[in-house]
Each structure stands twice: as structure tokens, then as C-alpha cells.
Design a protein around this ligand. Structure first.
Ligand SMILES: Cc1cc2nc3c(=O)[nH]c(=O)nc-3n(C[C@H](O)[C@H](O)[C@H](O)COP(=O)(O)OP(=O)(O)OC[C@H]3O[C@@H](n4cnc5c(N)ncnc54)[C@H](O)[C@@H]3O)c2cc1C
Length: 357
């Protein structure tokens, strides 16, 4: 049996391990943290990622804990409408709607699908270390700050700070509309969740340094006077309800996702800003594509000839790099557009046209 060392047990590492195990590989996941990550807000899971989860045999389980998203509205701070985001259109084009899934639920479903004992927690690993050298393939899934990316391709490719900071969480307020509201240098989004709570997120340019007491109050101030129910939702926050992330992507774009018998997946390959809500989704698609390339045509559980790893990784790179790098660039561009401080009237016209074409 061929062996895979997977570095990182986040969504991309865990999903790659599930896929490779189904394709007949012996997998070991090395995760630096001491335990499974159980925190984090909800993730929007797009139809292509649901299809990837179907291929991993997990689609129905994820749908059963998810909230399908209805149509949404893009608004200005005074509540006036910029455009409608039509869920039926997404469904007609892609066969399903976006589903909102708690990150901890997705992590738990992936974890339960792994072979027993496959994950070693508290185990930081290098792509040039002993375990990695001894295995047939090394899957680098160590996130946007990947130290192993530097080992494989050099220091030129780094996490780039965008200057925006995201805040998010969930509050016990019932809302009825999926919305995103764009102002100058900041925006806020609301999504009703299946249990009657509301998932919220906000992003702000040049937020003050981390660890500030009174962060919830400061955030309320950023959106004071914006249309309801934004005030009602943010009014419920305590500092400990606010999860905060400075935003990064990987820059410049990588010339390859594969090097020798190592391959990069998820944020390690092309961490993208969350503006399109696609980072985790594309990590899931990476995982099934990689597993398909490395399956050597075997069906689930079948044994067969050893796979030519070099050719399989080249195929994965050719399939995944162009599409994910386009999304990475589009996501960065959307983040800039949403925070525009000038020519917002023109921006709004362009966005309305794009969303209705
Ligand atoms: C505010 C925000 C909102 C988002 N919303 C969405 C959304 O709605 N939809 C969506 O699809 N995506 C979204 N994303 C993106 C998504 O969170 C990421 O793309 C996804 O989590 C990346 O998963 P990953 O496994 O590649 O990396 P990570 O989650 O960063 O996992 C990397 C893992 O590797 C481990 N590690 C690091 N170094 C080592 C080492 N040397 N040895 C062993 N382990 C190591 C780390 O401990 C970590 O567990 C959002 C991101 C942000 C910041």
C-alpha cells in the first residue's frame, strides 16, 4: 500500500486524508495543535464543494446539519438596495444553493470519516523531515502561513496582509434576510441560521491592534446609524462573542502546487481572502481532485498497481492551479471593491449589472 504523510489537520488536510484513504492509500495526518479545532463561525459551502463532499461520501451528512441560504440583498448603510443576490439563479447554474455549515460540524464530520488512529495531534512536521521523506507522497496542508511552502518553493511566496480585518460570530437574535451592506472602508453581513440565531460578519480597513478591550463596543461604533437589524444584532455582542482575523492571501501566485513528491492543498497553496467565501470550498475540491489523480483508476477499496506520483501531482497542478488562482484574484478584487471609499455610485451600478447578467 502506498503511504501519504499529510501535514496539517484543518479542512484541506482532513478532507485529503479521507479522499486518499478511500482511494486505497495509507494516510497519516500530522496536526501541530493538541486537539481538533472546535471553534469558528459558520462557513458558506458552495455547490461545487457539496459535490466534492458527495464524492467523499459525506454530502448528505453535511446537508443534514446545514442551513440552505435563500436569496440575499446587497444594501447601502441607509438600507437602500444595491442589488439582489438570487439563490434560484445560483441553483439553476450550479444545481444547488450555498449551504451555511458550522465549521466545528464540518470538522467533526471529516474527523469521524478518517481511518481510526490516522491523526497525530501535537505533531508539527516538516516537508523535508524523516516521515515526509519516507512516504510516497507528502500533502502540505498547513494553511496560509505555511512554513512548508517556503521549504518547497523558497521565501518569495508569503502571506500578504490585505489591511482589512474580519470580525464574526453568532448571536441569539432572529433575523429574516441574508444581507451584506457596503459602506466606505467597511461592510457587514447577516445570515439567519437554522436554529433561529443569526450568523454575522464584518470587515473594517485598518482596525486598531488586536486584544483591545471593548472590541464589541468599538465594532458597534463602526456601524452606528446603519440600517436595522444591524444595530439589533451587534447590540447583543460581548467582547468574547467576537472572533477576529486579520485577512491575508498568498502573494505572489505560486508557479506550481507540486514539488517532487510533495503537493500543496488549501490555503497553503493559495490562501485567499474570504470575500467570495471560497477558501474552504476550494480546499474540499482540491482534496477530491488530488485523491482522483492519486487513485490510479482504482475504485474505493480496490488494490492495484502503484500510482506514478510525479504524473499524478502534475495532473492535479494543471487541474487546480488555474481555477483557484483566478478565484484568489477575484476574491481579493471583490474585497477592494466592497471597501471602496470613492466612486461608490459607479461601483454600485457595476455590481448591480454584474449580478443581474
Ligand atoms: C473571516 C473568514 C471567513 C471565511 N469564510 C469562509 C466561507 O464562508 N466559506 C469558505 O469556503 N471559506 C471561508 N473562509 C476560508 C477558510 O476558513 C479557509 O480557506 C480554510 O479554513 C483553509 O483550510 P486549510 O486546512 O487549508 O488551512 P487551515 O485551516 O489554516 O489549517 C492548517 C492546519 O495546519 C496546522 N499546521 C500548521 N503548520 C503545521 C505543521 N508544521 N505541522 C503540522 N500541522 C501544522 C495548523 O495547526 C492548522 O490546523 C473564511 C476565512 C476567514 C478568515
Amino acid at each position: 500500500m502506498q503511504t501519504a504523510t499529510i501535514i496539517g489537520g484543518g479542512i484541506s488536510g482532513a478532507a485529503s486524508a479521507v479522499g486518499l484513504a478511500r482511494a486505497g492509500w495509507h494516510v497519516t495526518v500530522h496536526e501541530r495543535a493538541d486537539r481538533l479545532e472546535t471553534s469558528g463561525a459558520a462557513l458558506g459551502i458552495w455547490p461545487t464543494a457539496l459535490t466534492a463532499l458527495d464524492e467523499l461520501g459525506l454530502g448528505e451528512q453535511v446537508r443534514s446539519v446545514a442551513t440552505p441560504q435563500g436569496s440575499g440583498v446587497l444594501r447601502r448603510p441607509d438600507g437602500s438596495r444595491i442589488a439582489t443576490i438570487d439563490a434560484d439563479r445560483v441553483s439553476r447554474r450550479a444545481g444547488d444553493v450555498v449551504h451555511l455549515v458550522a465549521r466545528r460540524d464540518l470538522a467533526a464530520i471529516l474527523d469521524a470519516a478518517l481511518p481510526a488512529g490516522a491523526v497525530r495531534y501535537g505533531s508539527p512536521v516538516r516537508a523535508d523531515g524523516r516521515e515526509s521523506r519516507a512516504s510516497d507522497v507528502v500533502v502540505v496542508a498547513d494553511g496560509v502561513f505555511s512554513a512548508n511552502r517556503s521549504l518547497l518553493l523558497g521565501d518569495r511566496f508569503q502571506a500578504r496582509r490585505t489591511g482589512q480585518t474580519a470580525f464574526r460570530g453568532r448571536v441569539a437574535v432572529m433575523t429574516h434576510e441574508v444581507s451584506e451592506t457596503w459602506g466606505a472602508g467597511r461592510r457587514v453581513g447577516l445570515s439567519p441560521y437554522r436554529d433561529g440565531t443569526t450568523n454575522w460578519y464584518a470587515s473594517v480597513d485598518q482596525a486598531p491592534a488586536r486584544g483591545r478591550p471593548g472590541e464589541a463596543e468599538w465594532l458597534r461604533g463602526c456601524f452606528a446609524g446603519w440600517h436595522e437589524p444591524i444595530g439589533e444584532v451587534l447590540g447583543e455582542l460581548d467582547d468574547h462573542d467576537v472572533s477576529r482575523h486579520d485577512l491575508y492571501d498568498v502573494h505572489p501566485r505560486l508557479p506550481t502546487y507540486a514539488a517532487g513528491h510533495a503537493v500543496m492543498v488549501g490555503d497553503a497553496a493559495r490562501g485567499m481572502t474570504p470575500d467570495l467565501g471560497r477558501g474552504a470550498c476550494e480546499a474540499l475540491v482540491d482534496a477530491v481532485t488530488l485523491s482522483r489523480c492519486l487513485s490510479g483508476g482504482r475504485a474505493k477499496g480496490e488494490r492495484g498497481e502503484a500510482v506514478d506520483v510525479g504524473r499524478a501531482l502534475a495532473r492535479y497542478d494543471a487541474t487546480r492551479r488555474p481555477v483557484t488562482q483566478r478565484l484568489q484574484a477575484a476574491s481579493y478584487g471583490l474585497g477592494r471593491l466592497a471597501h471602496a471609499r470613492r466612486m461608490t455610485v459607479l461601483r454600485d451600478v457595476a455590481v448591480r449589472a454584474a449580478l443581474s447578467s
